[in-house]
Design a protein around this ligand. Structure first.
Ligand code: C2E
Ligand code: CA
Ligand code: CA
Length: 647
């Protein structure tokens, strides 16, 4: 039912119920007033007739008893004299005296009346009304035992008729006026109600289809309005004109970090600023939607492919302009996924899903924007399949650890290893962590998975200890694991059970920008520290929280991210960053490890800057446990400073 039907229905209901109410009120009013007027009329009639009868009785007595006319029947002159006394409305006047019955006036109208007959028979004074078809009669019977005189008088009513007709006239007018007024009031109220109803309906509709923060249409609006685009005629039109309808899914990068660190008010302001920018891009064929959280959707019709791409570029560039909010300046960026209709989907859901897939790729590879292609879907499908196999993979022990050495500079002695997971997939072969770690992190297996990795690493450590190898193993944990209340207890039990010294286990926590919760991290790190395990911050310098981490967390190692190492030989800025970090870490009493060292030049440069610990393909790729053992034994026989490289 639409709103017009609803309001029409409401109007009708108000009108009908008001009319109904008016009728009921009028009916009650009429009936009460009618009864009242009748009672009043009767009482008036009674007073009037009684007075008349009293006078008549006096006169009758005077005439009958005056001249001692005690003969009956009365002679005609006396009768005439008595009749002359009667009012013209008196239609019955009968006298009983000395057992004589004299009918001065009588009529068949009342001859049958039981009330009168009863009064006469019992000689009891009484009165009453007789209603015949045309008129109303009032009778009064007065019997006086002193004189043995009884009189019956019947007369036509006047007061009653008058009262009733008087009242009924006015009643009719009043009832009509009440009715008329009620109908108008009802019409007025119903119009008022309808207006209010329509206004609140409009408001509700607006609230349901718009986002309160930015004022932009929301997801409900999108589904309501965009659906009309998707039909066979529209497909044909776009094919004939060689135009497309593009859906852009826009997601703010690192918005959660800003929200978490700067507070929701700043986050809100940022969203408003971005929404304004997107609206500035709008032309008549486009629409900006706040799809949810930090996600916006823009749709634009009648574009050619070049226009569609330049719109995506415009969105990316526009959102990269610094935004100032509450005296802070934010360097924002967005990732945009684009899907074309009809090529990339003929339904809104498909287009959004595909644009979303493209957006994730753009975000992951920091591309700015990505146009959907079928291969992306295949890859997503592949990952979805992997997600479904996680549980079985854990149960079937398909996750195995490889170990990459950490070396001491400049002599390159192996001082520890980092445990890196691999998935021995029965169909896909050896899968590297970048294919599945994020799937695990997003799943409920993340805690179970990490505990399993800790178990494997500790078992390996025990095995090496049994063979006389004392080699610290670093295990990677995801920031999500910090939320696992049993993590520390579990690790403690493992260390005890396998009798592995805690100092041989190191926990590497990625400085993941999407999980900045310093308080929680500090709390868990303190517990881990108490156990005696070593702690390190991984990929240092990539997240937003680097300095907060380094300041607030009591860690042993800082692993400087590979991105600073790649160009350290050629780019003096990277060199400056690393030198600075080294000084900082030294001041804060933390050891640094440089990651991703691939060339001798890099190694020499880093050593000259003061790096003491390194990891990278130059020294060794990640190896199986056996590979590490043979590398260690090789190292033993190496006598000079030659760099070990098994590649
Ligand atoms: P990460 O912790 O930064 O690990 C180092 C990654 O860099 C490893 O990749 C390693 O093979 C690679 N690498 C080492 N030296 C070099 C080099 O010289 N050049 C280049 N290009 N790469 C180098 P891998 O094994 O693919 O692991 C990738 C990431 O997956 C790891 O990065 C870590 O964040 C995550 N990961 C691996 N194993 C686990 C695990 O058991 N649990 C968790 N939560 N994450 C893990
Ligand atoms: Ca690591
Ligand atoms: Ca790393």
């Amino acid at each position: 039912m639409n709103n017009t039907d609803l309001s029409l229905g409401l109007r009708k209901r108000v009108l009908y119920s008001s009319i109904g109410l008016a009728i009921v009120v009028s009916a009650i009013f009429i009936s009460v007033a009618f009864n009242l007027s009748r009672d009043l009329g009767q009482s008036l009639e009674f007073d009037h007739s009684n007075k008349m009868l009293l006078q008549l009785t006096k006169s009758v007595k005077a005439i009958i008893f005056a001249d001692e006319i005690n003969e009956f029947p009365l002679n005609e002159d006396v009768k005439k004299e008595l009749i002359a006394l009667l009012d013209k409305d008196v239609i019955g006047f009968e006298i009983w005296i000395n057992n004589k019955h004299i009918k001065l006036k009588n009529s068949s109208f009342y001859s049958q009346d039981d009330g009168i007959a009863n009064a006469i028979n019992t000689k009891k004074s009484s009165y009453g009304f007789i209603e015949n078809e045309t008129e109303m009669l009032f009778w009064v019977y007065e019997s006086s035992s002193n004189d043995d005189l009884s009189i019956l008088m019947v007369n036509k009513t006047h007061a009653l008729d008058k009262a009733i007709s008087y009242v009924s006239n006015r009643l009719f007018i009043t009832a009509f006026l009440t009715f008329w007024l009620t109908v108008w009031v009802a019409l007025f109220i119903s119009a008022l109600l309808t207006k209010r109803f329509e206004q609140s309906n409009e408001r509700l509709k607006y609230l349901a289809t718009h986002d309160m923060l930015t004022g932009l249409p929301n997801r409900a609006y999108l589904y309501e309005h965009a659906q009309s685009y998707f039909n066979p005629e529209s497909v044909k039109k776009h094919q004939d004109l060689n135009t497309l309808f593009a859906v852009y899914v826009i997601d703010l990068d690192k918005f959660k970090d800003i929200n978490d660190t700067m507070g929701h008010l700043v986050g809100d302001e940022l969203l408003k600023a971005i929404s304004k920018r997107l609206c500035n891009l709008r032309d008549k064929n486009s629409q900006v939607i706040r799809y949810g959280g930090d996600e916006f959707v823009v749709w634009c019709d009648d574009l050619n492919e070049n226009d569609a791409i330049s719109l995506a570029e415009d969105i990316v560039l526009l959102c990269r302009q610094p935004i100032s909010v509450n005296n802070y300046v934010f360097e924002t960026s967005v990732s945009v996924g684009v899907a074309y209709y009809p090529a990339s989907g003929q339904k809104l859901e498909d287009l959004l899903k595909n644009a979303d897939i493209a957006m994730y790729r753009a975000k992951k590879h920091r591309l700015g924007f990505q146009v959907f292609q079928q291969e992306l879907f295949t890859r997503t499908e592949f990952r979805i399949n992997l997600r479904g196999q996680l549980n079985a993979a854990l149960e079937k022990h398909q996750f195995v650890l490889h170990y990459q050495p950490k070396v001491q500079l400049p002599d390159n002695n192996i001082v520890g290893v980092e445990a890196l997971v691999r998935w021995l997939h029965p169909k896909e072969g050896l899968l590297m962590p970048n294919m599945f770690i994020d799937i695990i992190e997003q799943s409920m297996f993340v805690h179970e998975f990490t505990r399993y990795m800790l178990l494997q690493a500790i078992i390996q450590c025990r095995e090496w200890l049994n063979n006389g190898i004392e080699l610290p193993i670093a295990v990677n944990i995801s920031p999500y694991n910090l939320m696992d209340p049993e993590l520390v207890g579990y690790l403690c039990d493992l260390l005890k059970h396998y009798k592995v010294p805690a100092a041989l286990i190191e926990i590497e926590l990625t400085e993941n920008a999407s999980m900045v919760n310093i308080d929680k991290t500090r709390e868990v790190f303190l517990q881990l520290k108490k156990l005696g395990v070593k702690l390190s911050i991984d990929d240092f310098g990539t997240g937003m929280s680097s300095l907060a981490y380094i300041k607030h967390l009591d860690v042993d190692y800082i692993k400087i991210d590979r991105s600073f190492i790649i160009d350290v030989v050629t780019d003096s800025r990277d060199e400056a960053v690393i030198s600075g970090l080294l000084v900082l870490c030294q001041k804060l009493d933390k050891l640094t490890i440089v990651e991703g060292v691939e060339t001798i030049e890099q190694a020499n440069k880093l050593a000259s800057l003061g790096c003491t610990l390194a990891q990278g393909y130059l020294y060794s790729r990640p190896l199986s446990a056996e590979g590490i053992v043979s590398l260690l034994s090789k190292q033993k026989v190496e006598t000079d400073n030659e760099i070990i490289n098994i590649n």
